[in-house]
Design a binder for this molecule. Structure first.
Ligand SMILES: N[C@H](CCC[C@H](N)C(=O)O)C(=O)O
Length: 281
């Protein structure tokens, strides 16, 4: 069985195994994805990423969550792939297509990359939700019926589905895991959902923790940071740009006025490289 080389990278602690599948097809089964991502017995990562040829972009980026499911996009991985592509091509800007739509990445200083994530999708059926609701604050709550501890979250798609609760404190691991794992597969979200918990610290600062669909509590979620800023601005809680402080570092998010695109800037780190034993070529 062909042996597949990879690069291990992270963006603000959200980590990835990145496979270059432009010369040879890479089609792992869900079991193989889970085995690669397993931190105890595999390489260990939040998401598995494959670079593929593209007719419309410099590269196509395919994303699998650690649970084996293929998903639309991954913001932190877009920064990592953007860094690899800028280094490889010498281009100032690279176009990366994903199942969640086209994006543009460019270097933003030493070990930092800015990705234009495109415009957020804000209609109920674009999140998607199972029924029509006002996505600035949907009818969803967590906790005792008569005293919910989290309620009326914002819903945003960055190509992948996000729900963002606004709290007056930064929740601990137990709360994020308990509430996140319950809501990730709530019937209101036909495709599942990434569950963000945002503590707005000021008009340009948000502390965010995210229980990711298919990956659990991660150190950072790039699309989650974009969704949190968009949801916060739509509720008048922040301006159009903010520093989003995640467990693994800081991301700077700007919901650009001129074209409605969301730009995310943050760190990229190469951790090492290796070979995946016995994965389907
Ligand atoms: N768990 C996400 C994919 C990875 C997103 C996250 N790691 C990011 O940086 O955007 C989903 O199922 O939509």
């Amino acid at each position: 069985m062909a042996r597949t080389s990879y690069v291990k990278m992270n963006g603000a602690g959200n980590d990835f195994v990145v496979v270059d599948a432009r010369a040879r097809a890479f089609s792992p089964t869900p079991d193989q994805v889970r085995a690669i991502c397993d931190r105890a017995t595999g390489v260990g990562c939040d998401q598995l990423i494959a670079l593929e040829p593209s007719q419309t972009a410099d590269v196509f980026m395919r994303v699998w969550n650690a649970d084996g499911g293929q998903v639309e996009t991954c913001g932190n991985a877009l920064r990592c792939v953007g860094w690899l592509a800028v280094q490889a091509t010498g281009q100032a800007e690279v176009r990366i297509d994903t199942l969640g739509g086209p994006t543009l990445a460019r270097a933003a200083g030493e070990g930092r990359v800015t990705v234009d994530m495109g415009a957020p999708r804000l209609a109920w059926n674009e999140i998607p939700l199972a029924e029509e609701m006002d996505t600035r604050g949907i009818e969803l709550q967590f906790g005792p019926i008569d005293a919910p501890v989290a309620h009326t979250p914002g819903a945003v798609s960055m190509g992948n589905p996000h729900v963002v609760f606004f709290l007056d404190h930064t929740p601990d691991d137990g709360f994020v895991k308990g509430a996140g794992s319950l809501l990730e597969r709530h019937p209101l979200f036909p495709e599942g959902v990434n569950v963000g918990f945002a503590h707005v610290l000021g008009p340009d600062r948000i502390r965010l923790r995210v229980w990711e669909r298919g990956a659990g509590l991660t150190k950072a979620c790039g699309t989650g940071a974009c969704a949190a800023l968009v949801a916060a601005h739509r509720r008048g809680l922040t301006g159009r740009a903010a520093t989003v402080q995640v467990d693994g570092g800081e991301l700077f998010i700007d919901w650009r006025e001129v074209d409605g695109h969301v730009l995310m800037t943050g760190p990229v780190e190469v951790e090492g490289a290796g070979v995946l034993p016995g994965v389907a070529a």
